[in-house]
Design a protein around this ligand. Structure first.
Ligand SMILES: [Zn+2]
Length: 397
């Protein structure tokens, strides 16, 4: 079951939404907000308040479907052992987490920064909780010296972990880096080799679609086991080919990982839907691409390929009937109508399983409902001004 990933957060601020005193003088800039609100809060944290904040935050995150948190922690008066407090909470409540202490010189100079880095190192070495990992953290370029940057870089190399740092959250960070003789904070981090190799390589390549394709392909290669294929698909048939190759590989990968039967059933139905849409397009535009059909559904790919090669519209009708339990829409009703029907049949299947099945079925039904809702809302947002007759068939039940 997929969960949401929060790639940057601060568990220490978990209790803040419950109410905080208003600063005596209203902050007018980003740095003043930090100075008068967040840096006062983080200095006030001790073990108990940190644990309470983290528990509240993690519970809320899980209840909203977030199962991975990438945290950036700071509590300048309680540094050593602070990551263990967060890690215990994550372990106890069952969320996956990447934790670091954001080293800074803003209160006590280099000593404070060294304590922060030492806490990261201590935690990376000592942690044994299976769902939690440690990283090296820096608060931001504008609150650390070059010496601290270099120490953080060496630590990353020694520990074999990446760094986590705020970059250009505000122009103040850019101004600070320029004042130190760099083009900006990112350039400063690049110069001190503080970014992960992949990110550094990506940033040093010419920006463009080709670069993005290569980076995405390399990033997914470890889980799908094939980077070349996606790049090759882009070279041969552009973005469309790239997208189609990624989707095909992903679907095949998911069905081969032996997921829970409810998830397997969903993906099989989703693959059927995709294959039927592919067949429809093949028949309509007289395309014949046997490789376009994805295995893993309930419809036999050999039969789909045969129907595509022979222009067999009757097979399409009978397969749509079988999948949706309804008579096939007349071909003249078009692609949009067919797709809406197929998607609506998926909604019915998940709704029924959600009522009759176990917890996983229920969650899957909920996730699908949310997806359908978001898709319909997005259509309204982008095409709300269109005629109802045009828009209506695009909406999914
Ligand atoms: Zn932040």
């Amino acid at each position: 079951m997929p969960g949401l990933v929060n790639a940057h957060t601060h568990l220490y601020s978990g209790l803040a939404p419950l109410g905080m005193p208003v600063p005596e003088r209203t902050p007018a800039t980003f740095v003043q907000i930090l100075e008068r609100v967040w840096w006062r809060l983080d200095r006030a944290l001790d073990e108990r308040s940190l644990r309470a904040s983290a528990r509240y935050y993690v519970a809320e995150a899980l209840m909203n479907g977030t199962t991975v948190l990438v945290d950036h922690h700071e509590s300048p008066d309680f540094i050593e052992g602070s990551l263990d407090v967060l890690a215990d909470v994550c372990h106890e409540l069952g969320v996956r987490a990447l934790l670091c202490y954001g080293a800074t010189e803003r209160n006590r100079g280099r000593d404070e920064a060294r304590e922060g880095l030492r806490e990261c190192a201590r935690f990376v070495h000592a942690n044994r909780r299976p769902l939690v990992r440690g990283l090296v953290g820096l608060h931001a370029s504008f609150t650390v010296s070059d010496e601290t940057l270099e120490e953080a870089r060496d630590l990353c190399r020694d520990l074999g972990v990446v760094s986590h740092v705020h970059v250009a959250e505000d122009h103040a960070d850019v101004d600070d880096a320029r004042g130190r003789g760099y083009d900006g904070p990112l350039e400063r981090l690049l110069r001190h080799e503080l970014l992960g190799t992949e990110l550094r390589d990506a940033l040093q390549r010419a920006p463009g679609t080709g670069t993005a394709v290569a980076i995405v392909a390399a990033a997914i290669a470890p889980s799908l086991g094939d980077a070349r294929g996606a790049e090759q698909a882009y070279a041969e048939s552009g973005l469309k080919g790239f997208e189609s190759k990624l989707t095909r590989d992903y679907l095949q990968h998911v069905t081969s990982t032996r997921p829970h039967r409810a998830v397997r059933r969903f993906f099989a139905a989703f693959i059927d839907l995709r294959n039927l849409m592919t067949l429809y397009k093949h028949l309509r535009w007289q395309i014949d691409d046997p490789a376009a059909f994805v295995p893993g559904g309930t419809l036999d790919t050999g039969r789909l390929r045969e129907a595509s090669a022979q222009g067999d519209g009757e097979y399409l009708d009978s397969a749509v009937r079988r999948v949706t339990g309804e008579p096939a829409a007349p071909a003249a009703a078009g692609q949009v109508a067919l797709e809406s029907r197929l998607l609506a049949s998926l909604t019915r299947m998940l709704r029924k399983a959600g009522r009759d099945g176990d917890d996983v079925d229920l969650v899957l039904d909920y996730v699908w409902c949310t997806y359908v809702h978001a898709r319909n809302r997005a259509l309204y947002l982008h095409a709300g001004g269109m005629d109802a007759e045009v828009l209506q068939p695009e909406l999914i039940a």
